[in-house]
Design a protein around this ligand. Structure first.
Ligand code: ATP
Length: 380
């Protein structure tokens, strides 16, 4: 049985016992007087793919390095597989780290690179050869054993780096901006391959990234960090469609902020937002449990959840009147920059369909209508 298979069965047991494979408990780290990671707590479950996502300098790499053991926390504990590893040196931690730069040994062949971990542990040449063969087959690089890193493409080098981590037999993977060196197309392919491999092996993984799409595409859960703190932990859908703060709403994609006053139609059991001269939009549900009529209630709505129409007719008077300032063509969609009456800027995504000519031209009066359920009260 391979090391990872052993880990997989370990994870299966952990899942049955409902114990996290990794626990970060109140981790904090300061460099000099600057506190860059502040009381970060997180449980990673067996087989789970978790991304640490946030803007540059938010502390995600420092957090990953603390898990890997390259940096010691000032406060808090790190527990791996039920064992406190806070004081354990990095080379004794059962984690495999994949760097942005791959960090392959340039003078060694693919075989030498992939077999490095087992060799350092003093495994027999037969076991090393088995592990190299197994890991290279997982990343589909059989036949490349005798090449050196400079004889490989960027994607192939990354596969070798992944194979090296897998052959090392770690119980979890740590990926540090692992795809950011690749061009856009290859990046997408490697993200898919790594996720597929991760699911197949059932190996718990933590990825550090500043790329929202990458985190959304790959993760079971995303940890959004800001200024050293955790802002929100949730599934990709939760952090995108139900952000817990304005920071998360904004960071996870373009969002339009609309101010208005609440109005209730008791008979229809409906809530509306009166947005001054531009008009009124309907809220699907009570915006919050203590909502009252007349209350100022900022909301947000994603550009892809808005539609443009020519007039308020057929919309029961619900919609916001404005004027198109600019339309930017982006291939699969266009972005209409609209200014609502009352001088509120708004972005609306228009899907580009074949055979349809430009329906909305600049300077034209339009009505912006949200899709049902699209308007969400703005978190504080
Ligand atoms: P990026 O996406 O740019 O890599 P990040 O979220 O990964 O950002 P970190 O690398 O964790 O951020 O850095 C967090 C803060 O800590 C930054 O302000 C950085 O300058 C600082 N920092 C990181 N390492 C050190 C160090 N060894 N000494 C001093 N300051 C550091």
């Amino acid at each position: 049985m391979s090391v990872v298979e052993m880990n997989v069965s370990g994870q299966t047991k952990a899942r049955a016992d409902a114990k996290p494979i990794l626990e970060l408990q109140g981790l904090s780290k300061s460099f000099g007087a600057i506190n860059v990671v502040k009381d970060v707590s997180l449980d990673v479950w067996p087989g789970e793919f978790v991304s640490l996502l946030g803007p540059s300098g938010c502390g995600k790499t420092t957090t990953l390095r603390m898990i890997a053991g390259f940096i010691a926390p000032n406060e808090g504990r790190i527990v791996l597989g039920g064992k406190d590893i806070t004081e354990v040196p990095s080379y004794r931690r059962d984690v495999g780290l994949l760097f942005q730069s791959y960090a392959l040994f340039p003078h060694m062949t693919v075989r030498g690179n992939v077999g490095f971990g087992p060799k350092m542990r003093g495994e027999t040449s037969g076991v090393i050869a088995d592990k190299v063969r197994w890991a290279l087959s997982l990343v589909k690089l059989e036949g490349y054993e005798d090449r050196r890193p400079n004889e490989l493409s960027g994607g192939q080098q990354q596969r070798v780096a992944i194979a090296r981590v897998l052959a090392g037999g770690a119980s979890m993977l740590l990926l540090d901006e692992a795809f950011s060196n690749l061009d856009a197309k290859l990046r997408g392919r490697m993200q898919e391959e790594v996720r597929e491999l991760q699911l197949r092996l059932g190996i718990a993984t933590v990825l550090v990234t500043h790329d929202q799409e990458e985190a959304l595409a790959m993760s079971d859960r995303i940890v959004i960090m800001n200024g050293g703190k955790v802002e929100q932990i949730g599934t990709p859908k939760q952090v995108y469609s139900a952000p817990s703060s304005m920071f998360v709403a904004d960071f996870m994609g373009r969002c339009n902020r609309i101010e208005g006053t609440l109005r209730q139609d008791r008979r229809a059991k409906a809530w509306y937002l009166d947005c001054g001269p531009s008009g009124t939009i309907k809220l699907e549900t009570i915006p919050h449990p203590d909502a009252r009529e007349g209350e100022e209630c900022p909301v947000f709505v994603r550009p892809e959840h808005l539609r443009l129409t020519q007039s308020l007719e057929n919309h029961e008077g619900e919609g916001l009147k404005g004027r198109i300032e600019r339309v930017v063509y982006l291939g699969s969609r266009s972005v209409a920059y609209v200014t609502l009456e009352g001088n509120i800027p708004l972005q609306v995504h228009l899907p580009n369909k074949p055979g349809i000519s430009d329906e909305f031209s600049i300077d034209r009066p339009v009505v912006v209508v949200p899709l049902p359920g699209a308007v969400t009260p703005l978190p504080e």
